[in-house]
Ligand binder design. Structure first.
Ligand code: AMP
Ligand code: GLY
Length: 428
């Protein structure tokens, strides 16, 4: 089997690592990949958004299965293009990827499917948006509708802040064309969790629940980022809650997508808010594996991922993907100085070769210079994942390794998994 993973971040390294663990005899490719994926297979020097280049490479290298990591090529129609050429590809068609690429579309699907989510209204001009905000309770949330690399959401304490946010998105085009429409949305209170469901558009197989840490600094303070760390599983996500997520959220959404003629296949990622009464609300849908959620969820699997993804790519229902029930994982993101605004690149990275055996270092923003030295090349540099008996212990191992890896400007949160650690301490 010849497998291509499109993308070059920590998520893609984690995917390749997991697939190779399941089938060491397969041949692996990534595009463009990174120095971590280079240790697993062949890095093809093709950008993840170069659709023509990727389609050509799939033919050239006679790839049996293509797995698309990031949202941009999905929204751009890479899956459609490869399918049209008769290739097995895991990831939704562009029309279905709108569930992530257009928050306006996503809200409309949820409204029609009667899925619990924050009330929202969509605007493409400023005055009606401001008039709506004048009567909206505080706090409130303003979102650019399109893809904005996780930065298009502004949580506003006051109506005045929300008015500024709308103007910065619609008038100043702070997020470019991603902000040609804005959503003004009710603020949801509770605890967030990420549910990743593999689906053929009808059946779903759930991966272990995880929790991302989106804020840059400890105690969940500072600006929003792409994610500073994650852990899995999340104990507030009980089997009963998962059953409700299936019935009240995933099934009606998938049904509505089929009705709309945009059958969704691939990973349906439900970003949920669990309110104080234990009810799940959708914050957002994504059309792919989470990053850094994949880096904690995938190492907990006991096999079956390759078979499941390959089957779905060929149009079959998802097959079971058993996960360890005796283990938990934590990933700590090592970020570059200046992340998320202006990450500084170029520093030399040193990874000790005697890290704890239950620690896996996934590469995200790294590259090798001509002399072979590993250097910082992006905002999120490395993801240090540890697997242990519980989140407390996995967090300890992850932080210990994070401390020992060095590069100038290294910044990371030492509290990944803190909510779960508090629950563990309370239970003791
Ligand atoms: P999104 O890109 O829509 O997931 O939003 C990014 C982050 O903003 C989410 O993970 C939440 O932390 C926060 N957020 C988005 N929408 C809401 C909402 N309606 N209420 C509270 N927090 C929100
Ligand atoms: N970690 C959030 C995301 O992948 O969108």
């Amino acid at each position: 089997m010849r497998i291509l993973v499109v993308g070059g971040g920590g998520r893609e390294h984690a995917l390749l690592w997991t697939l190779r663990r399941e089938d060491p005899t397969a041949e692996f490719f990534s595009a463009p990949g990174n120095p971590g994926t280079a240790s697993i297979g062949t890095n093809l020097p093709i950008a993840a958004d170069d659709l023509a280049g990727l389609a050509q490479a799939v033919g050239h290298s006679d790839i049996d299965l293509t797995i698309i990591g990031p949202e941009a090529p999905l929204a751009g129609g890479l899956a459609d293009r490869l399918r049209a050429e008769g290739r097995a590809v895991f990831g939704p068609a562009a029309a279905a990827a709108q569930l992530e690429a257009s928050k306006a579309f996503s809200k409309e699907v949820m409204r029609r499917a009667d899925v619990p989510t924050a009330d929202a209204r969509t605007f493409s001009s400023v005055d009606p948006a401001l008039a709506h905000i004048r009567t909206h309770p505080e706090p409130l949330v303003v979102k650019a509708s399109g893809l904005a690399a996780g930065k298009g959401v502004i949580v506003c304490e006051t109506r005045a802040d929300a008015m500024h946010a709308v103007q910065s998105i619609l008038t100043d085009r702070r997020f470019g064309d991603a902000g040609s429409q804005v959503l003004v949305e009710r603020f949801l209170e509770g605890e967030e969790t990420s549910i990743l469901a593999v689906t053929d558009g009808e059946d779903v197989v759930l991966l272990p629940p995880s929790q991302d840490h989106k804020r840059k600094d400890e105690g969940d303070t500072g600006p929003n980022t792409g994610g500073m760390g994650a852990y899995s599983p999340v104990s507030i996500v009980t089997p009963e809650l998962l059953a409700r997520v299936r019935e009240e959220i995933l099934a009606p959404t998938l049904l509505e997508m089929r009705r709309a003629g945009a059958r969704f296949t691939g990973i349906l990622y439900a970003g949920l808010m669990i309110d104080t009464a234990g009810n799940p609300w959708v914050v957002e849908f994504n059309c792919r594996f989470g990053d850094p959620e994949a880096q904690v969820v995938l190492p907990l699997l006991r096999g079956g991922l390759t078979e499941c993804l390959a089957g779905v790519a060929r149009g079959q229902p998802p097959t079971p993907i058993p996960a360890r029930s005796d283990a938990a994982s934590v990933t700590t993101v090592l970020a570059a100085r200046g992340y998320p605004e202006r990450p500084e690149k170029g520093a030399e990275i040193v990874i000790p070769d005697d890290l704890h055996p239950d620690v896996i270092v996934f590469h995200a923003g790294t590259k090798r210079d001509e002399a072979g030295t590993l250097r910082v090349s992006g905002g999120r540099v490395l993801n240090v994942t540890a697997v242990a008996s519980d989140v407390d212990e996995a967090g300890r191992l992850s932080r210990e390794a994070a401390e020992r890896i060095t590069f100038d400007g290294k910044h990371y949160r030492r509290d990944i998994g803190w909510r779960e650690a508090e629950r563990i301490a309370q239970a003791r």
